[in-house]
Design a binder for this molecule. Structure first.
Ligand SMILES: [Mn+2]
Length: 208
């Protein structure tokens, strides 16, 4: 699906039927991305979130923090998260991401993948408070990792799309990306360093 973003410098459109997927590979230069990675790793109050898998509650294989405007509470994996306040560096980043993506965001889920053993399982960001066709902006800092998308309806292995998300890259997911597809961040046996991922969202608590 062609969108406005295909025409804008920096953005590269990644064709995926029904979804709007655009990647800006070097949205931040290395020096700025390095500084943010170190700064956010130290400043964000990282927690181990508990998630439910097949009815069992377990530690998620990564560290996380939910940050946002005071009313942007989020229910994920049947757990309610009250947002932590915006830190100055994150508030500035939010405005820049909003400008690049042409959307407003009132919250960000920060995830820290400490090594290649940390990961995220198949899911879609389809909580009701995100709305029908959410625009989600995903900023990657640190180790390059593989991000995969596949149709929600059982597809073949060939239907899996792999995107390498590098240091300073910005991925914009919109359209029916969440309704039609699931995504994950698989483990890797490669010796990779830490990666921080910031996914900016618009939460409308009245939709819950
Ligand atoms: Mn997600």
């Amino acid at each position: 699906m062609l969108s406005l973003f295909d025409e804008m410098p920096g953005w590269q459109s990644l064709p995926l039927p029904g979804a709007e997927l655009s990647l800006w590979r070097h949205w931040l230069d290395d020096a700025e991305a390095d500084a943010l990675l170190a700064g956010l790793r130290a400043a964000i109050p990282w927690e181990v979130h508990r998630i439910r898998i097949y009815g069992r509650e377990v530690d998620s294989p990564r560290l996380s923090c939910w940050i946002g405007d005071p009313d942007a509470t989020y229910v994920y994996s049947r757990t309610r998260f009250e947002p932590r306040p915006w830190q100055p560096a994150l508030a500035v980043l939010r405005s820049r991401v909003e400008k690049a993506c042409g959307s407003r965001f009132n919250s960000v889920l920060a995830n820290l993948y400490r090594s290649g053993q940390d990961s995220m399982g198949w899911h879609s960001d389809d909580e009701p408070e995100l709305g029908e066709r959410p625009v989600i902006a995903s900023l990657s800092l640190g180790a390059e990792r593989r991000f995969r998308l596949k149709p929600r309806q059982a597809g073949t292995r060939e239907d899996t799309r792999v995107i390498t998300l590098g240091h300073g890259s910005l991925l914009r997911m919109a359209g029916d990306a969440q309704r039609l597809y699931v995504h994950d961040l698989p483990k890797t046996s490669a010796a990779v360093g830490p990666r921080i991922n910031l996914t900016f969202r618009w939460i409308d608590p009245s939709r819950r």
